[in-house]
Ligand binder design. Sequence first.
Ligand code: IPE
Length: 256
Amino acid sequence: MHLVKLGGSVLTDKAHVTTLRAANLRRLAAEIAASRQEVVIVHGAGSFGHIKARKHRLQEGYLDDEQLPAVAEVQRDVRALNLAVLDALRRAGLRPVSLPPSAIARLDDGALRSLDLDVFRRYRDLGFTPVTFGDVVLDARRWFAICSGDLLMLALAEAFRPESAIFVADVDGVYTADPKRSRAAKLLREVGPANLAAIDTTAKTEDVTGGLGGKLERMIGVARFVDRCVLVNGLKKGRLLAALRSPRVVGTRVTP
Ligand code: IPE
């Protein structure tokens, strides 16, 4: 089995609220189907989540009652994105089932406290493709908080020990610096705890779930439980399909 995280930067236009990048979604769904591999899919929220979550400081948990309509709205928006993902996967010939974290996961101070893994297991056994996503979730200390797709990737990797974990993003991989700002930025073929310090992770982010540094740490965490953990560019045709088919693909391999 392969664990695939479809990043919000590929599925949505992050600059415009609730805007789908439908052609990218269709292509990635087709690549997953064409691979004929068993997958469990996690997708990010992109502009269906981050923009309103940031505006209402949902990542900090409960601050005041005025956030509550925003919690309901962001949950609704990420579901709308999830529905679009399910439709694309169904049209590509898969049998996706939606497992919303708001119903099957609990956080404790932002960390994942519980996730109903048995539903994933049962649907997989029956030949379905489980699809889960970044969501607003109950939190024991903060009342509610953001559960990112990366947090789910870590829990699912630990539970199911997949062959690979593939993170699909809008860049070719991890660079020594932000490639959108620095021409000297070099693509790294491999990243692990040893060369983490050499990477400039200070690039600004509007994401409520943090920047590159935190993401890399979570990916290194995922790498502990899988044979292969890679970051590939989902804007380039065929990269995801290649990553699902063979270990050799343009991207960055993350090692524990
Ligand atoms: C964020 O999930 C969830 C919400 C903001 C509700 P992710 O952190 O996994 O989303 P992307 O991939 O960065 O868009």
